[in-house]
Design a protein around this ligand. Structure first.
Ligand SMILES: NC(=O)c1ccc[n+]([C@@H]2O[C@H](COP(=O)([O-])OP(=O)(O)OC[C@H]3O[C@@H](n4cnc5c(N)ncnc54)[C@H](O)[C@@H]3O)[C@@H](O)[C@H]2O)c1
Length: 436
């Protein structure tokens, strides 16, 4: 069993630290956010992630998991330091590496014994080498021996613990095969395929994977728009495509497109990496354009159905960028709500986990206690995030509460015929639309 420190206690860091401790390792999680560490020490979760709280509690109780804001304390006696800090987008789309730089600097200043630094943050190709340079570059200090291993993370928010514990593969990249094998040993109990490659290749595997998944979604959304114009049903098209083993069914749900803390910034960062090296990433550009367009199309659809958005009252179901998370980073709902407000509509919304964070972003947003309150006085309802609890609502009650009868189901979760039979003017994405 190993001594591990994990730097950053966000969706990736906290899950990584907790899961490694659950596998029997001694783990200390570090964050520069004092509030976050205080919360964790008091048994409060700074993020919503199903199942996480319980495993954190169990491992804290077993004294395998602890939290600190001190690099000195975190690095004491550890064999592995995982970096899991944020890498958001800069204005030009490039990955902003300031947090990675800060973490590398702090490791360098506090390191007093040999260590393997494992980078879990999604970082541009070449960052592993750059981190090594930062650590070597400490003036007036004899740097202890260290190696950098890239270990991109593929977990999904909403099922992060399960994804971490049951990965499709573990990717490790390093020029030092022995160090990579030591990191591989940490994952052995998970019985997943482990792929060891060079540092740069591991770094780009993460970007390529996210870009490919984003491409599948934009592809099916483009198909959805074509289906709409031709009177076909994209859900059946996706089913028909997905049964082909070469294609497979996942990531073929037409809707309002992707958002969140990863796909948008990673596709942008990959595009930036390519462009600055003279390549022309036309496909990636189209993938982003199609995604942004889905949000505009939703607003246009509502405007067409309502005649105008000015003075209309729109109820929105779902604010987080996808179900089972409280994360609203680049959430389609927020973008769409801003467009609706700009066009003169008022918006009332409900989300099981992301209400306060959304209100902080958009002060004009009216928060409701449940979907039925969202329906009160609404001219139209727009479903943006497909939380399970929205799948079977009491639509008689919804209809009674509404002023109008328009439903735009942005994730195709309800049955169109059933909804029309219940008296709604129902619109989906990529399915035959009612005339209006
Ligand atoms: N969120 C996901 O689903 C996901 C999945 C795979 C990979 N990733 C990648 O993992 C990385 C982390 O993502 P996240 O969503 O967990 O981020 P996050 O924003 O939720 O958390 C990052 C944490 O790092 C802390 N931090 C920043 N600078 C620090 C420093 N110098 N020292 C210590 N702590 C510091 C922040 O306070 C914050 O708590 C990103 O590169 C992301 O692209 C994220």
């Amino acid at each position: 069993m190993a001594n591990i420190c994990v730097i950053g206690t966000g969706y990736v860091g906290l899950v990584t630290g907790t899961c490694f401790s659950d596998m029997g390792n001694q783990v200390i999680c570090l964050d520069i956010d004092k509030n976050r560490i205080e919360q964790l020490r008091n048994g409060k979760m700074p993020i919503y992630e199903p199942g996480l709280k319980q495993i954190v509690e169990q491992n804290v109780e077993a004294k395998r998991l602890s939290f600190t804001t001190s690099y000195k304390e975190a690095l004491k006696n550890v064999e592995f330091a995982f970096i899991a800090v944020g890498t958001p987008s800069s204005d030009n789309g490039e990955a902003d590496l300031q947090y990675v730089q800060m973490a590398a600097d702090s490791i360098a200043k506090n390191l007093d014994h040999p260590i393997i630094i494992v980078n879990k943050s999604t970082v541009p190709v070449g960052t592993g080498d750059w981190v090594a340079e930062i650590i070597l570059d400490q003036k007036n200090r004899q740097t202890p021996k260290f190696t950098v291993v890239s270990n991109p993370e593929f977990l999904r928010e909403g099922s992060a613990v399960n994804d971490f514990m049951n990965p499709d593969r573990v990717v490790l990249g390093s020029m030092d095969q022995e160090a990579a094998k030591k990191v591989a040993d940490l994952y052995e109990a998970l019985r997943a395929p482990i792929m060891i490659t060079d540092l740069r290749t591991a770094e780009i595997i993460k970007y390529a994977s996210n870009a490919f998944l984003a491409t599948r979604i934009s592809f099916i959304n483009e198909m959805a728009n074509i289906c709409e114009s031709l009177g076909a049903d994209v859900r059946e098209v996706a089913r028909g495509m997905g049964m082909d083993k070469r294609i497979g069914p996942s990531f073929l749900d037409a809707g309002l497109g992707w958002g969140g803390s990863c796909f948008p910034k990673d596709v942008k960062a990959l595009t930036h990496m390519a462009t600055t090296r003279g390549a022309h990433p036309q496909l990636l550009q189209a993938v982003m354009d199609i995604n942004q367009n889905q949000r505009h199309r939703a607003v246009k659809k509502l405007e067409k159905a309502l005649g105008t958005l000015k003075g209309r009252n729109i109820g929105v179901l779902g604010l987080s960028f996808k179900p089972n998370t409280d994360d609203i980073r680049d959430a389609p709902a927020l973008d769409i709500i801003r467009m609706l407000l700009k066009a003169g509509a008022s918006v009332q919304a409900f989300d099981p986990q992301a209400m306060q964070a959304s209100k902080t972003e958009i002060s004009d947003l009216v928060l409701c206690q449940n979907p039925y309150e969202v329906a009160e006085g609404a001219d139209a309802i727009l479903l943006v995030t497909e939380w399970n609890e929205f799948k079977s609502l009491n639509f008689e009650r919804i209809k009674e509460n509404m002023r109008g009868n328009i439903i735009l189901d942005g994730r195709n979760i309800w049955d169109p015929q059933d909804m029309r039979d219940k008296g709604f003017q129902y619109f989906g994405v990529g399915i035959p639309q009612p005339e209006n």
